[in-house]
Design a protein around this ligand. Structure first.
Ligand code: DQA
Length: 146
């Protein structure tokens, strides 16, 4: 099946961005590891990072008809702001997993609300780059179960 990974704003800076919060892995490291795992399980995986809300909205809309089976999404700061990205995910009706490197619940109060969690199949947060790995493992199990 076809898995789409979406990364929101500033995640292009991973590796150098607040390493105490987000760790030392770069986005390329994370995407490469996801790619390897997905391929080994017989799936294809595409990753996209954007700092622009409309680029993410457009990609989510396209997923409705391009054969995407499932989405892994770290909305980054859009987690706490983007009704538009939320509405796009609600519109396409594909299962998605919400991912965060940090645990937003132990951070500033404005990070405690998410526009995505109540629509997501599941939320993985607080495990650094491993949050992506755990979410992909869960996604692969879901795809296997059909
Ligand atoms: C984040 C958490 C968000 O609050 C923050 O705006 C990010 C990254 C995370 O992965 O921990 O940019 O989504």
């Amino acid at each position: 099946a076809s898995i789409l990974v979406l990364h929101g704003p500033n995640l292009n800076l991973l590796g150098t961005r607040e390493p105490a919060v987000y760790g030392h892995a770069t986005l390329a490291d994370i995407d490469a590891a996801l790619q390897t795992t997905a391929q080994a399980a017989g799936h294809t995986l595409e990753s996209l990072q954007s700092n622009a809300e409309h680029v993410l909205v457009d990609r989510v809309q396209a997923a409705r008809s391009d054969g995407t089976a499932l989405i892994l999404l770290n909305p980054a700061a859009f987690t706490h702001t983007s009704v538009a990205l939320r509405d796009a995910l609600a519109a396409i009706d594909l299962p998605f997993y919400e991912i965060h490197l940090s645990n937003p619940h132990r951070r500033e109060p404005f990070r405690h609300t998410s526009y995505f969690s109540d629509l997501a199949v599941g939320v993985v947060c607080g495990f650094g780059a491993d949050s992506y790995r755990y979410a992909l493992d869960a996604a692969i199990a879901r795809l296997r179960a059909g």
